[in-house]
Design a protein around this ligand. Structure first.
Ligand SMILES: [Zn+2]
Ligand SMILES: [Zn+2]
Length: 631
């Protein structure tokens, strides 16, 4: 649909007293400016009719001549919003005639049936965007919100350009293909190119943090310059999916990155930390903080279930994947119905304390791209209650002996799940074992509290009632300068990233604790090939404790690993073998073809074989650089 056509439809559909002054295309949305905002707010039918006719999301905003002077508007807003809402910063975006209101209780700013929100819009001319304040301070959220408002001018221009590209005249979709650029028969650097004669999109673009020579996706074989890429669609924030996106912006990509709002915030946190960790190790990071900031300006967030046009013949919808905060399975509707593809991303079919299980019902699926982390025949995890019992038992035994427990965790996902388990147990049993939270874990937990609607009901309820488990006083947030003291504290639990001992404070604690047999290390997450975590884990499984050379003040020192080494499975945010098969069994409808990815070679191949044997479906485990024609 051309822009002139859109203007014609608007003229045709709205009454003349609507006083529409201009329209603004923003990616897949249309913003209509009016001198009569109350008319639209009072009669919702006008907007609904327009959205149906235009087949896009519509926002109605005041013509800039109709908005109140910000200082006066702020005063009015404060009188309109009830006291208990806990209003924080109020910012004004003159480009979109929007007022951004931060509040501890957004529901009170919206009001019953949206009445307070409408009142603000009518009385000030500014349309409210309401953002939740996390229950504990988050630097990342603050930074992103501040920057988006500050660069609103530039962002409006970016979104206008993106809109032109999404709605350009398209060729017919005679074929659809997928090319694996990373993350096939391996875990790390997930990246899949989806192409049609008209469009190209990347599903994820990650790095392998445990690898030095195969760390990045094979973008050299894209076959076209980066500025011809239409979209990056991100399933979730873990670095093996998001870690290479800023690099695209550094080298000429000017298109959007689509993800959920929590994914945007958490990926920024993880990418900035990645840049930091790499620099500290004296290596060159593939991009800098500036590129992360640039990426944020191009990022478009969508909720679960919202359908979005991303190219002339590509439409994307995110659905809950149950893996980490904001994690999504991506449904792609290609070539106006020619082909439907579901990319599961990393997903959890089983029970966790934090999230609802993965979404399983779709209108159409021809191709399924499915993760296979635990796809191997023996990759069965124990039941959750057994894992919880083992975790608590190991902690208690170690503490009783005067030792400390190190639990290396991914700062996002596993950390919060383990925190919930420990908090519940500690409260019930009046535990006096100190639990230290180090590194990014605190910040990551704070981000969770800004998005309670993405969490399981019980946790959501607690956050809404200002009783967030992550703010519980049983957790002690580590002051960086006190790490040595904490490592000497006898009988403590330390939760610290990186989860695979690939860097970060967990490695420092490991050095301090590993030689004393009274201490213990508990692995609760996936340990990638080549990581220090994997090495230590294998020592524990083989009961063959050896020395490990590690750096201390620039010199190599041999550490004798005497500590107890435990692997407790069952806390994973991934589905185990039975859960992967359970997901497939419940998935509706069944696809014509399955592609297994995101697992080591054996896991991907074996899962594909089992699915094709059990379900008579065409299932393959491609290698990186393989291209499969889907249609
Ligand atoms: Zn993940
Ligand atoms: Zn992953």
């Amino acid at each position: 649909m051309e822009i002139t056509e859109i203007d014609d439809i608007i003229k045709d559909k709205v009454p003349s007293e609507a006083l529409v002054t201009k329209t603004l295309m923003q990616a897949s949305e249309v913003i209509i400016f009016t001198k009569n905002l109350p008319l639209f707010l009072e009669d919702e039918k006008i907007v609904k009719g327009l959205a149906a006719a235009l087949k896009r999301r519509i926002h109605i905003r005041s013509d800039p001549s109709m908005v109140e002077e910000p200082a006066n508007a702020e005063k009015k807003i404060k009188t309109l919003v009830p006291e208990g809402a806990g209003v924080g910063t109020i910012g004004f975006d003159a480009n979109l005639s929007e007022v951004i209101i931060e509040a501890a209780k957004p529901g009170l700013v919206i009001g019953k049936h949206g009445m307070t929100l409408k009142n603000i819009a009518i009385k000030t001319g500014w349309y409210p965007q309401i953002l939740r304040i996390p229950t504990s301070r988050s630097k990342v959220i603050k930074g992103i919100r501040y920057n988006l408002l500050k660069h609103s001018n530039e962002r409006v221009k970016i979104m206008k350009e993106i809109s032109k590209r999404i709605y350009r005249e398209g060729k017919s979709t005679d074929w659809v293909k997928v090319t694996a650029l990373g993350g096939s028969r391996e875990v790390g650097r997930s990246c899949f190119l989806i192409s049609t004669p008209e469009s190209n999109a990347l599903l994820d673009c990650g790095v392998n943090v445990a690898s030095t020579n195969n760390a990045y996706p094979m973008l050299d074989s894209l076959g076209f310059p980066l500025d011809e890429l239409d979209a990056v669609i991100l399933s979730h924030a873990h670095l093996d999916h998001s870690g290479f996106i800023p690099y695209l912006y550094k080298y000429g990509y000017t298109g959007p990155t689509y993800c959920t709002t929590p994914t945007r915030d958490i990926m920024a946190l993880l990418q900035l930390d990645y840049v930091d960790v790499v620099a500290k190790e004296g290596r060159d990071a593939p991009y800098s903080q500036r590129d992360v900031e640039k990426m944020i300006k191009y990022t478009i967030t969508r909720n679960y279930g919202e359908v979005t046009d991303v190219a002339p013949d590509m439409r994307v919808t995110f659905h809950n994947a149950g893996h980490i905060l904001g994690s999504a399975s991506v449904h792609m509707h290609l070539g106006r119905g020619a082909h439907n593809l579901l990319y599961t991303g990393d997903f959890k079919f089983g029970y966790t304390k934090l999230f609802n299980p993965v979404h399983m019902k779709y209108p159409r699926i021809e191709t399924l791209i499915m993760e296979s982390t635990y796809g191997g025949p023996r990759a069965i995890q124990p039941a959750r209650y057994i894992s919880e019992k083992n975790l608590v038992k190991t902690v208690q035994e170690t503490a009783k002996n005067g030792g400390s427990v190190l639990i290396p965790v991914f700062a996002v996902g596993r950390a919060q799940e383990i925190m919930l388990v420990l908090e519940e147990y500690a409260k019930k049993n009046n535990w006096d074992i100190p639990i230290y939270i180090d590194g990014m874990t605190r910040e990551a937990s704070a981000i969770h509290t800004a998005y309670p609607e993405f969490l399981r009901r019980n946790v959501k309820k607690r956050i809404l009632h200002n009783n967030s488990p992550f703010d519980s006083d049983i957790f002690i947030v580590v002051d960086k300068t006190k790490r040595e003291e904490i490592a000497e504290d006898k009988g403590a639990v330390i939760l610290s990233p990186a989860g695979m001992l690939t860097g970060g404070p967990s490695v420092e604690y490991f050095k301090a604790l590993c030689e004393n047999p009274k201490n213990a290390i508990i692995f609760v997450g996936y340990q990638g090939e080549g990581s220090l975590g994997k090495k230590v884990q294998m020592m524990g499984l083989r009961k063959n404790h050896k020395g490990i050379p590690m750096q201390v003040n620039g010199k190599t020192k041999e550490f004798k690993v005497n500590m107890r080494i435990e692997t407790i499975e069952g806390f994973s945010g991934h589905s185990d073998r039975n859960q992967l098969l359970g997901f497939y069994k419940r998935l509706q409808p069944k696809p014509e073809r399955v592609i297994t990815v995101h697992g080591d070679e054996k896991s991907c191949v074996n899962l594909a074989r089992t699915l094709s044997y059990n379900y008579k479906v065409e299932a393959t485990a491609p290698r990186d650089l393989d291209t499969i024609r889907l249609r």
